[in-house]
Structures are given as C-alpha cells and as structure tokens.
Design a protein around this ligand. Sequence first.
Ligand code: CU
Ligand code: ZN
Length: 194
Amino acid sequence: MKTSIALVALAAISTLTPSVLSPARAAEHVDKAHGEGWATIKKAVAVIHPTQGNQCHGAVEFTQDGDKIKVVAHIEGLTAGQKHAIHVHQFGDCSASDGMSAGGHYNPEGHEHGLPEKGKRHAGDLGNLTADSAGKAHYEITVDNITIAGVKNPIIGRAVIVHAKVDDGGQPVGNAGARIGCGVIGIANTGEKK
Ligand code: CU
Ligand code: ZN
C-alpha cells in the first residue's frame, strides 16, 4: 500500500529530524513569512545625511498606495532659493564621502534620463526640490514607475541622493552636479515606537 509506505517514510524522517517543521508548516512559513513579507511593506524612509563638506539633511518618505508611490521630502541645508535634483540611485551605499558609492540613477528599464513630466525616464528620476530663503525644502510627488518592495522597480535598499544643482532634464543624468546628501531607503516604522 502506497499510503502506509508514505507514512512509514514520514515517520522515519520525523524520527531522524525532530526539530524540522512538518512539510505543511514549513510551506506555510515560507509563504507567509517570506513570500508575502516584502509585498506587505507599504512605507519606506530614507534619512538624508550630508556628504563631506555639505549641510544637506532631512528625510524622504515613500508610501505605497495601490500602484502609486507618494514621495514626501523634508530637506534642510540647501542653497537658499535654489532648485536641487533628487533621485533614487542604484545602490543603498552612502559610504563614500562624496556619495559616489550609491552608483548611477536607478534605471532598471534602460530609459534615458528625464524630469517627472517625461513618462519614460529613469525609475529614480524624482525631479527637483525648491529651497526656500532658509535653505529648506518641502517636496511632494506621486509616481507610478516604482514600488517600495514589489515586482516593479523596487526601491528598498537603494539610496536617495540630493544634488548641489538643478536637474535640467539633460542627458545623461540632468547636469545636477555634486551629491550633497545621501540616505539609504529602509523599511519605515509605522507604529512601533520606543
Ligand atoms: Cu542623482
Ligand atoms: Zn536619471
């Protein structure tokens, strides 16, 4: 009988490896804890720190709402009255003093660079912040070409870079100059406070 052979085999496995989860529980664990885990992340945050010799700092929040991502940036230490490019760059690596370790603009679809008005552009092209007379900027933009941790152009673990100059939309990367702020995009804490 096939059934009894299977049962004997299962019993043998259980005896040999008593600490291993049953196949059913293991499958459930894989599905819930790992399969759906990333998809449940609806909010991310990048805390921006200045690169060497700069004052740029603040935070950028990313909130997933269906197919769209709302981006809200509060940045200080900018040049008063000036526009500053803001992009998602490929690597979540702000270790270099000039921010170059974050790599180029996040561009998994192989498009040309562009401002947000341009539909086909680098996934990381978020446009420009505008600093007020105190060098502070509040910027909001909603985009549909990235996800936080979904299948389409996930940004989690990458970096937000703020530049010294305006992104003019030119090729290859908008002529935005030095990287004055860098922050790794991490999973936001949406409820648990210390
Ligand atoms: Cu950039
Ligand atoms: Zn770009």
